[in-house]
Design a protein around this ligand. Structure first.
Ligand code: SF4
Length: 598
């Protein structure tokens, strides 16, 4: 059995995982995820049409987002959980169809007969369902699209030939129009588009939606929703279900996904700060304390909050891991005395770190790797995360996690004292805006570098450490997401009391970074692209894709992206991005710094 997946940066050979996912995803799970995406497209075709007639259903909306999130890299590897989601998607598709037909009846409209994903009937049997998913792989779509695009090209080409004959006759009689020639060139240029480019653009859009879905799900968990947002998801999935082939429109829609993601991050920012207060600069211990222990990884602050409530007074120390580190900055989370510090580094080191961790482990969202046998009995998943055989927490009852922590040895002694600072969200940074602006105007701060994005296992990521270390002393570094673990325990000092390393937060706090940039642009009476600010981004999975699309939607230029470029962004598409936004790959820290600072 084969598969094809190229949605993340660690994809095999930089082109695609075809035998087994580097992340641990097997071909069966890949087929089920492809089947789930297909089923959700079908559901969206009806949900989109129903909404246009004024009918919507919250359960369908929330499920759409959850299904996309479940297929993100390192989230759900559990075939049975995915099978259940495909079946649920078909049930909700039927509900969406009924909703649509009812709305048609009320408005006197003739319902459309929908085919393709809307007519998908998933098999109840696991083997058959996997076979259905296999047909939907990206490679099969590229092959099929090859035929479609060839047919469309021929149609277009034959039309052009006819028009050319007429134009030639006119030219012979001295009648020419340069707009006509421009039209010919544009069309011939368009014909050069390949199925790989088109499929890559479709996937760019889909991965952006997946990333935005992750943020929307977190916001929804904390009670922040917006129907306009769900409308955007259904519209885009309906559009993708129609197998679009126009490269220009696909790119334009991808930027609209960036806009959708900005809204998702805004909602999540409101949800997080509404529930837990605005992050404040906070020192965080990064070494263990003697005693029983639980480590919480992922991004779900509500899971952390509930676990802290349930474990209070039980003699257990709770540590954050990976992307949960910024949780320490939120007043309503850091109030728990047994939230004692941060353990380990970024997600890709978890198998070694969890092996050595003498307590219970909770994975709340993506970034799960195949658990080792040594800790398989004391790791738990929650929310949409899943691994076959790993105990899954239902309804935020963390009793099994607490019991596993109490049964484990715990840390036998304190580690050496060491702290780092977190909590420089937009509110905290803008609280000292006067100081920052004065430092820039007075020349004390020459430039800001946002070194943001995910960490990963592939070679080439030392670039980010070396870049941070090479940043001159009169420049400030802003960090986001888990890429910072490569250098966030180094001492960067301060500039007149402003720390040179300011951690803005999780990946979704790119929203905070955007707010900071917009406020600075306002203060300097300029635009973001004219600020002394450069974006040096690292990507790993689909949330980073969503954030990149958001930045492009905002018109932000000159982004440097690494450590390698996405396999689904083909050379012609990259050329367009380079031309429109000056997006460029990273080179070496020295070359890039010289190019930026002159
Ligand atoms: Fe490969 Fe990444 Fe897809 Fe996993 S998510 S199968 S590593 S491309």
């Amino acid at each position: 059995m084969t598969m094809f997946c190229y949605q993340c940066e660690q994809t095999a050979k930089g082109t695609g995982c075809t035998a087994h996912g580097v992340c641990g995803k097997d071909p069966e799970t890949a087929a089920l995820q492809d089947g789930l995406i297909h089923a959700v497209k079908g559901l969206s075709m009806y949900a989109h049409r129903a909404r246009q007639l004024g009918a919507t259903d919250r359960e369908i909306n929330v499920f759409t987002v959850q299904a996309l999130f479940a297929t993100l890299t390192n989230v759900n590897f559990d075939p049975e959980a995915l099978r259940q989601m495909v079946l649920r998607a078909a049930e909700l598709r039927d509900r969406a169809r009924a909703l649509y037909e009812e709305a048609c009846q009320k408005t006197g409209k003739q319902p459309e007969e929908l085919g393709g994903p809307a007519a998908f009937t998933p098999a109840g049997d696991m083997d058959e369902l996997i076979r259905q998913g296999e047909v939907l792989t990206i490679q099969n779509r590229i092959d099929a699209l090859g035929e479609d695009v060839t047919g469309l090209r021929e149609l277009l080409l034959h039309g052009l030939k006819g028009a050319a004959a007429d134009a030639d006759h006119a030219q012979i009689l001295a009648q020419e129009d340069h707009a006509l020639y421009a039209g010919f060139h544009e069309m011939v240029d368009y014909l050069a588009g390949k199925p790989e480019d088109v499929t890559g653009l479709q996937e760019l859009l889909l991965y952006g939606l997946k990333g935005a879905a992750a943020y929307a799900d977190h916001a929804q968990i904390l009670g922040q929703e917006d129907d306009a947002f769900y409308a955007g998801f259904h519209e885009m999935l309906d559009y993708l279900a129609g197998k679009p082939t126009c490269a220009d429109e696909l790119l334009a829609r991808a930027l609209r996904v960036g806009e959708l993601n900005l809204k998702a991050m805004e909602l999540l920012d409101a949800a997080n700060t509404g529930a837990y207060g605005h992050p404040e600069p906070t020192p965080v211990r990064v070494t263990p304390l003697k005693g029983k222990a639980i480590v919480v990884s992922g991004h779900d602050l509500k899971d952390l909050d509930e676990l802290l409530k349930q474990s209070a007074g039980k003699g257990i120390n709770v540590y954050t891991h990976g992307e949960m580190l910024p949780a320490h900055g939120y007043p309503e989370l850091r109030k728990y005395e047994h939230l004692v510090g941060n353990y380990g580094g970024a997600w890709q080191d978890q198998r070694k770190e969890f092996d050595e961790f003498p307590g219970a482990i909770l994975m709340t969202t993506n970034c799960l790797q195949r658990p080792k046998d040594s800790y398989a009995g004391r790791i738990f998943t929650s929310g949409l995360v899943g691994w076959p055989g790993v105990a899954h927490i239902e309804n935020r009852d963390f009793t099994p996690v607490i019991e596993a922590a109490l049964a484990a040895e715990g840390f036998m002694e304190d580690g050496p004292d060491k702290e780092i600072l977190v909590g420089f969200g937009h509110n905290a940074v803008m609280g000292v805006a006067d100081k920052v602006i004065e430092a820039v105007k007075g020349g004390a701060v020459r430039h800001f570098f946002l070194i943001g994005g995910c960490d990963g296992a592939k070679p080439g990521r030392n670039y980010y450490t070396e870049f941070a270390q090479a940043v001159p002393d009169d420049c400030v570094i802003l960090t986001l997401a888990c890429g910072k673990y490569r250098f966030n325990k180094l001492d960067f000092g301060d500039i007149g009391g402003i720390p040179r390393l300011l951690d803005v937060g999780q990946c979704n706090d790119a929203y905070s970074a955007v707010q900071i940039a917009l406020a600075l642009a306002d203060a300097f009476d300029t635009d973001v692209n004219s600020l002394p600010l450069s974006l040096i981004l690292s990507w790993y999975e689909q949330k980073a894709v969503a954030i990149l699309l958001t930045l492009l939607h905002l018109g932000i230029r000159d982004i440097r992206l690494g450590p390698s470029l996405p396999a689904f962004v083909t050379a012609p598409v990259l050329e367009v991005l380079a031309e429109k936004f000056n997006v460029m790959p990273i080179s070496t820290p020295q070359e890039d710094l010289a190019a930026i600072l002159g």
